[in-house]
Design a protein around this ligand. Structure first.
Ligand code: ADP
Ligand code: MG
Length: 598
């Protein structure tokens, strides 16, 4: 992770690796280019000086062509050096962006699987890509421009003494006022205001994404746009912040800034008017005119340089903003990997006083949960929605690590098992399975990359996917997501089941919910489930009690605690929560049958 005690630039340069020095070389070249770029103005000054000296006998000025060529040479030289500078800074900037992407991806590969439930991978990718690209302007252009402008001020200070210091000070004054105005807008307490302004912008854009995602809901339920209160509030907050910051805080200083940068000569002209009478009296009028001409031309350079500083300030804010988002990714939790891995003795699963709370949650999702699964048996987790079934199941393949207590597989704490060994031993099928946009064959093969085509096809067969394969134009080789080959929720779930079957892990953790499935799919999915569970140790989140009756053990989770556990008959006899759920279920089933008969 980047060392946050360093400033934005320092942290970004850390990502540049060995190309870091290229940034420094680039900045130095940019400074040199700025100095070289000023040489033509000196040449012009020399031309004016010679012309004024011989006036009106112009032909006596013999050196003018030489000065002209020199000016041309310096101008071209300046461009070449600046080009070189940008080449260096760009090389460093591109490497930095690449390294940021790599570091984020590297880090995320160690994040717990559960992290991706709450942080959609597509969003993460866009966020990393966007932030990495956003740092580029600063590193490739702004830094070089800042050092260039600094070099220009130093050169200006030197020239100040070489020519007429009074007019030099007048030019300098414009720069000082402009920088003062920039500070008034962005420095001190306004820095916080500006941060709030960017924050509000960020929130508005996030709320916008949510809004677009919710459009189907709005349409289906015939709601008005006003039901998206969060979006409207985010826009209102942004517009309030924007009009306050831009309208109240920036209006004055920005007017001053633009005035002095666009007309850097505004202090020069009064200064010249003050100096002129003295110069006339002392007979130095020719030198005065020459110097005035020099500074008048020079103030134009100043304008460009000051404008660049303003963009640079914007670049710095943007890069800081990007860095914040990058650090958020790099702050994602990682799953610790044990140094002394132990091998599970068998396929038993034990929950031992397990307590777990999601980040930021008020109360734990699991509160001192204990139960055991004997190898080869099927244990069903049941209970009201929000009871903690999904959470408990996801602790077995280490989607998250427990806060207290222990989850053991084969007698070994899952945190002491090598992650690869654990993944080989546990197959899981949760509701939100995602398929890659690859062929069905490759999607299934992901579970076991060395599987042969026959083995994959067998798994698809066992998962009852035949109808899907015959329907698709290229069978198992059809790419999912391309050319309108989309699969229904139930079909996707069967492909996911084929994956788990191919994996052939001795322990299976599955969520049997078939919320998206139509009756036809449901029958097939049940058959696939049965095939997957054959001869394995199973922890199943059961939603329909009909599938639970045959389980070796039922664990009833209510509000994060084990309300009761036992076989179906034991629990019905106990007259507790399960007995009530069973009674409700039977009533509902009867009702359904009566309806169908009628
Ligand atoms: P069940 O599967 O029994 O419906 P869950 O395990 O999904 O229950 O949820 C248990 C509790 O944890 C609930 O209060 C739920 O709101 C909360 N919860 C579930 N997933 C998350 C998450 N990713 N982040 C925060 N809280 C969560
Ligand atoms: Mg659930």
């Amino acid at each position: 992770m980047a060392d946050k005690s360093k400033g934005t630039v320092g942290q970004l340069l850390e990502f540049a690796g060995e190309r870091r020095s290229l940034t420094i070389v680039g900045c130095a070249l940019s400074a040199l280019a700025m100095a070289v770029n000023m040489a033509p103005y000196v040449c012009i000054w020399l031309v004016i000086r010679d012309l004024v000296a011989v006036a009106p006998n112009w032909s006596a000025a013999t050196n003018i062509a030489g000065y002209g060529w020199a000016a041309f040479g310096f101008a071209v030289g300046g461009i070449v050096v600046y080009f070189g500078a940008l080449m260096c800074t760009h090389l460093a900037a591109f490497r930095t962006a690449t390294n940021i992407r790599k570091r984020c991806m590297e880090h995320l590969s160690h994040a717990p699987l559960g992290y991706f439930d709450t942080h959609a991978s597509g969003l993460l990718r866009r966020r990393i890509d966007g932030a990495a690209a956003q740092t580029e302007t600063l590193l490739a252009h702004n830094l070089a421009d800042i050092t260039g402008t600094a070099a220009m001020f130093v050169t200006l200070l030197v020239l100040l003494f070489v020519f007429d210091w009074r007019m030099g000070v007048a030019c300098m004054l414009a720069a000082v006022v402009s920088i003062g105005a920039l500070f008034a807008m962005m420095g001190g307490k306004n820095a916080a205001l500006m941060a709030e302004y960017y924050d509000a912008l960020d929130r508005a854009s996030k709320a916008g994404t949510e809004y677009v995602r919710g459009i189907p809901v709005v349409k289906v339920f015939q709601q008005t746009v006003y039901s998206f209160r969060a979006f409207k509030e985010a826009i209102d907050a942004y517009s309030q912040k924007a009009s306050y910051y831009q309208g109240t805080v920036c209006k004055g200083p920005q007017a001053v800034n633009l005035t002095v940068t666009e007309g850097a000569f505004i202090f020069l002209v009064p200064a010249a008017l003050l100096i002129a009478p003295g110069a006339l009296a002392s007979g130095n009028f020719a030198a005065f005119v020459t110097n005035f001409a020099f500074y008048a031309i020079f103030s134009a350079v100043l304008s460009t340089a000051l404008a660049k500083i303003m963009f640079a300030a914007g670049g710095l804010t943007q890069a800081g903003d990007a860095l914040k988002r990058i650090n958020e990714v790099l702050d994602a939790p990682t799953l610790p990997v044990t140094k002394n891995p132990k091998v599970p003795a068998n396929n038993s699963i034990t929950f031992d006083e397990v307590t777990f709370a999601y980040e930021g949650a008020q109360k734990p999702a699991l509160d001192h949960v204990s139960f055991a699964v004997v190898p080869g048996q099927t244990v069903a987790l049941v209970g009201p929605s929000g009871g903690g079934k999904t959470t408990a199941a996801s602790l077995i393949p280490r989607f998250w690590d427990v806060d207290e207590g222990m989850v053991r597989v084969g007698g070994v704490d899952v945190r002491d098992v090598d992650p690869h060994v654990l993944m080989d031993r546990v197959a899981f099928v949760f509701q939100n399975t995602r398929l890659f946009s690859a062929s069905i064959l490759d999607n299934v093969r992901a579970a076991r990359p060395d599987a042969t085509r026959e083995q994959v096809l067998d798994a698809l067969h066992d998962a009852q996917c035949e109808d899907i394969l015959t329907k698709l134009p290229e069978g198992a080789d059809t790419r999912i997501g391309s050319d309108g080959t989309y699969l229904s929720g139930g079909e996707q779930q069967r492909i996911a089941l084929a994956r788990a079957i191919l994996k052939d892990a001795p322990i299976v953790v599955l969520d049997e919910a078939t919320a998206f499935a139509d009756p036809e799919n449901e029958v097939l999915i049940q058959a696939a489930f049965a095939r997957l569970m054959e001869g394995r140790t199973v922890v199943m989140i059961a939603h329909r009690l009909s599938t639970v009756v045959g389980a070796d053990k039922i664990v009833v989770l209510d509000a994060g605690r084990v309300a009761e556990q036992g076989t179906h008959d034991e629990l019905v006899a106990a007259q507790g929560l399960y007995a009530r759920m069973w009674a409700d279920y039977q009533t509902a089933a009867q009702w359904k049958i009566q309806k169908e008969v009628a």
